[in-house]
Design a protein around this ligand. Structure first.
Ligand code: HEM
Length: 229
């Protein structure tokens, strides 16, 4: 049996055309990612609309206050399952590795773009892993507290004092996930050549060499040995 790759997915591969491109995400993962992203954005808008009277006007985007209140928790369930599907695909390569500690302690060089001073990395750097685990924890907290305050179905199961704590935690988790979301989008745009990984599914060979060399090396050695399966 062929051993599981350590830094890459089985489907990742190099296309030796000019310029060289490397497959990073298959179509299924990209659709899954964009459904997750769209759901989170809609949840943020509808959540803000329900959060404070000054933002109530945002309910107009969903067809009014009642529809927003009905739709928000349903979208929350969609986000939970959509992210769960991403989690199953991505958790293994987001596990911490020794080089993540070095990368984090040299964050100054990351910001300055001194990649030559940083360790070689697998498919994800420590920042991406932080975003992944933060989103995982916060989505779990949001779904648990969200169900607890879902009056339509669960009003009789949760005592009022507990519901109050759930509301507070739900709002705090929502603010936190928005900050993580901004960090994620900023990093994706700021690191040139990254966005196409989630739009076209590929990155250039140069991008892979510069940012995720261990990932590239593993795919290259696998591809020269022939297909992994
Ligand atoms: C408009 C908003 C978003 C943009 C532009 C965006 C962009 C991207 C890009 C370019 C990547 C590929 C990065 C790489 O492979 O190096 C990525 C990966 C990823 N995105 Fe997003 N994203 C957005 C929203 C979201 C949301 C809302 C979530 C989750 C709630 C999310 C979760 C992830 C995860 C888990 C990965 C894989 C990286 C990892 O596992 O560490 N993204 N995103």
């Amino acid at each position: 049996m062929v051993p599981r790759p350590y830094y890459s997915e089985r489907g990742d591969h190099i296309d030796s055309k000019t310029p060289v491109t490397v497959s990073r995400y298959r179509g299924f993962t990209r659709i899954n990612h964009w459904i997750t992203a769209a759901t989170l954005i809609l949840l943020a808008i509808s959540g803000l609309a329900l959060f404070h009277p000054s933002l109530y006007f945002l309910t107009g985007l969903f067809g009014g206050g009642q529809i927003t209140r009905w739709l928000h928790p349903i979208m929350g369930v969609v986000l939970f399952f959509s992210f769960l599907l991403m989690f199953v695909q991505l958790w293994r390569l987001n596990m911490p590795k020794p080089e993540d500690v070095t990368w984090t302690t040299r964050i100054g060089d990351v910001v300055k773009g001194n990649e030559d001073k940083l360790p070689e990395l697998g498919k994800y750097n420590a920042g991406q892993k932080f975003v992944f685990w933060a989103m995982t924890g916060l989505i779990l907290l949001l779904i648990v507290t969200g169900v607890m305050i879902w009056q339509q179905f669960f009003a009789h199961y949760v005592p009022v004092p507990m519901r109050r704590i759930a509301v507070l935690l739900h709002a705090l988790a929502a603010v936190a996930i928005l900050l993580v979301f901004i960090l994620h989008v900023y990093a994706a745009v700021w690191t040139r050549g990254t966005l196409r990984a989630m739009t076209r599914g590929t990155v250039t060979g140069g991008w892979a060499w510069r940012h995720h060399r261990k990932w590239l090396r593993e795919i290259a050695s696998r591809d020269t040995k022939g297909p992994a399966e």
